[in-house]
Design a protein around this ligand. Structure first.
Ligand code: GUN
Length: 284
């Protein structure tokens, strides 16, 4: 079998068009566009690019988008003050604090400070708890976008065996929750899982989110599996590479996401979706 490519770029474009229509309706009904505020502390080169792209994407769908750039020596109190101001600003529907944060700032304190109703990343413990208890509100963007990719591939999730490799709060854990809510039988594996290959070989749906270049080998892929590769790694030549050995996996899977051009574009499209969702929920 040669897998079909799950084209995240094309599907993300479709999502953006859907959001654009929703934004136009929201703006006409409420006399203002949905507003997204992105906070970036420091100069991490990848984060600078990601946050610029988020701001630009918000403008393209007709939102009010603002990128707030704070210096690398910003204190925790300064950042918390900024978040408190955005929490009470009625024109702000979505607040996103780009990670990672500089080491003088405690990530948990910052994420806990964002109003859960404006937490378009879905990282606040309230939103994580709602997802875990089957009452999803704002859901983390990368796993939500990955679920959309599975839907576009026509995946039958009920009763399927899903293996998620990686246990981060941003991707692995919420992805496992979403698959479970869709009635899959979910295994949450990680870098310390014993005989990871044998676990992966059971997967009808395999989601790789560990951040290790080509950790997932071709012969770990079950025939006909759908493979979602969340990895964004630089290989030894500086080229972008996923967590899955794409060429080898492609000869076994039914569908597979490329890197780049798979999950990556879905993350920003889903952020826009979440911002529109937050705006609608806030007005009522
Ligand atoms: N850093 C890497 N991915 C993400 C993300 O999805 N949201 C935020 N806020 N920071 C990130």
């Amino acid at each position: 079998m040669t897998a079909q490519i799950l084209d995240g770029k094309a599907i993300a474009q479709k999502v953006r068009l859907e959001v654009r229509e929703g934004v136009a309706r929201f703006s006409a009904a409420h006399g203002r566009p949905p507003g997204l505020d992105v906070l970036l502390v420091g100069e991490d080169p990848a984060s600078v690019i990601y946050t610029r792209n988020k701001e630009k994407a918000s403008h393209e769908v007709g939102m009010r988008g603002r990128l707030h750039r704070l210096s690398a020596d910003t204190t925790e109190e300064e950042l918390l003050g900024k978040i408190a101001a955005l929490n009470t600003d009625p024109s702000v529907d979505g607040i996103l604090v780009q990670l990672p944060l500089p080491k003088q700032i405690r990530e948990a304190r910052v994420l806990d400070a964002v109003d859960p109703a404006k937490d378009v990343d879905g990282f606040h413990p309230v939103n994580a708890g709602l997802l875990a208890t089957g009452r999803p509100a704002l859901v983390p963007c990368t796993p939500k976008g990955s679920m959309r990719l599975l839907a576009e591939a026509g995946a039958h999730l009920a009763g399927a065996r899903a293996v998620v490799v990686g246990r981060s709060n941003i991707v692995g854990k919420p992805m496992a929750q979403l698959l479970l809510a869709a009635h899959a039988t979910v295994t949450l594996a990680h870098s310390r899982t014993r005989d990871l290959g044998a676990v992966c070989r059971e997967a009808d749906i395999l989601v790789a989110a560990v951040g290790r270049t080509r950790l997932i080998q071709g012969d770990w892929i079950k025939d006909g599996a759908i493979v979602i590769d969340v990895g964004m790694n630089r290989d030894d030549d500086g080229k972008l590479a996923g967590d899955v050995d794409f060429d080898a996996a492609r000869s076994r899977a039914s569908w597979i996401t490329p890197v780049p051009g798979g999950v990556g574009p879905m993350t920003i499209a889903t952020l826009l979706e979440n911002t529109l969702h937050a705006a609608r929920a806030r007005v009522g």
